[in-house]
Design a protein around this ligand. Structure first.
Ligand SMILES: Nc1ncnc2c1ncn2[C@@H]1O[C@H](COP(=O)(O)OP(=O)(O)OP(=O)(O)O)[C@@H](O)[C@H]1O
Length: 337
């Protein structure tokens, strides 16, 4: 296997907060020790419920947030602690697309200025000039190149997200972190934007970390998938393993809630998780999912399960009692009942 483009080890982010009337210091353990690789040209999908740490992870990868611990290597170079100046050349290779195409574009700037901004900030002078490069980028993302003088409000939501994508592509990056890039868009537009990302990926050999809570969209776009729960990866592997042979009870529960992506078990039954997601201020001991897991036993409270490949399937799973391969969702819900 070639060297990964991105190598993440033990990545952690704790936010310091003050609580209650006394203002006692404590820490939100938003991301708590992630390990994963992304290879050139591939997509890793990051999925999980709201608050599990996806956005925090994405922002650390492009160094918009400082990690509390762990390391991020990009093309074999440790970039975890690079200062602003040292990061500058790397900004060309590492870009981010934000969720909200309304707030992420400056309403007072023309589209031309918005898309040209990364070129200007990084002092890049494209051979044919900035305007020609901007027009080329607009065309690449399916927008009219003659519209470079228009303002964001003159575009629809889907078109604005295309502007955000053109801006992210301006410096010919190798990796794009796409943080919920379509969830603010109409369902009818979502497929168009995802298809655009796929075409661009093929054309430009881009790698993506694709963050989404929508499992159907992640399946469509990602070769590999990591499932997060309360700041941890609970299962990671190839798309087919995750979607067709899920081993972690949490993955199974998530998939069972999306009938059209659950390829296992007939008839499909929804696994209803009881209880709320615990707070990352005080996560459960041992396995963090145990408070909502129908299989939990004493060991789950005392020992944190390592993320390991288990016999029978290719993905890594962090569970003391992984689901056997080939057991459908209906069996699981019987156990849960
Ligand atoms: N600046 C901050 N200070 C304190 N806590 C924070 C901060 N940013 C995020 N958090 C907390 O960290 C946890 C992870 O948040 P994050 O936004 O990364 O989750 P997410 O999976 O992206 O959720 P969503 O899909 O809702 O965006 C949440 O409990 C959140 O409240």
């Amino acid at each position: 296997m070639t060297q990964p483009l991105l190598k993440v080890r033990g990545l952690t982010k704790h936010f310091a907060v003050r609580q209650g009337a006394t203002g006692a210091k404590s820490a939100v353990r938003a991301v708590d020790g992630l390990d994963f690789d992304v290879h050139a040209g591939e997509t890793l999908g990051l999925v999980g419920e709201s608050g599990c740490g996806k956005t925090t992870t994405g922002r650390m990868l492009v160094r918009l947030l400082e990690p509390t611990a762990g390391s991020i290597e990009f093309q074999g170079r440790d970039i975890t602690k690079l200062g602003r100046r040292a990061m500058r050349p790397l900004r060309q290779d590492l870009q981010i697309i934000f969720q909200d195409p309304y707030s992420s574009l400056n309403p007072r700037h023309t589209v031309g200025k918005i898309v040209a901004m990364p070129l200007e900030v990084n002092g890049v002078n494209p051979p044919g000039g900035v305007k020609a490069r901007v027009q080329e980028l607009l065309e690449l993302v399916g927008l009219n190149p003659e519209h470079y003088n228009r303002f964001p409000h003159e575009f629809s939501g889907g078109q604005r997200q295309r502007i955000g994508i053109a801006r992210a592509l301006a410096l010919r990056p190798k990796l794009i972190v796409a943080d919920e890039p379509v969830s603010a868009l109409d369902v009818s537009i979502q497929a168009q934007v995802v298809n655009l990302l796929r075409e661009l990926q093929r054309e430009l050999d881009l790698a993506f970390v694709f963050i989404a809570h929508d499992l159907a969209i992640v399946r469509h776009f990602s070769r590999r998938v990591a499932v997060m729960y309360l700041g941890k990866v609970v299962e990671i592997g190839d798309r087919a393993d995750i979607y067709e042979r899920p081993r972690h009870p949490y993955t199974k529960a998530l998939l069972s809630a999306v009938p059209d992506v659950a390829a296992f078990g007939e008839p499909r039954q929804r696994i209803r998780l009881t209880g709320d997601v615990p707070t990352p201020l005080n996560p459960p001991s041992g396995c963090r999912f145990r408070t909502r897991c129908w299989k939990a036993q004493d060991v789950c409270a005392t020992e944190e399960p390592p993320l390991l490949v288990r016999e029978g399937s290719g993905q890594e799973v962090a569970c003391h009692f992984p689901e056997p391969v080939g057991v459908g969702a209906e069996h699981v819900s019987e156990v849960a009942a």
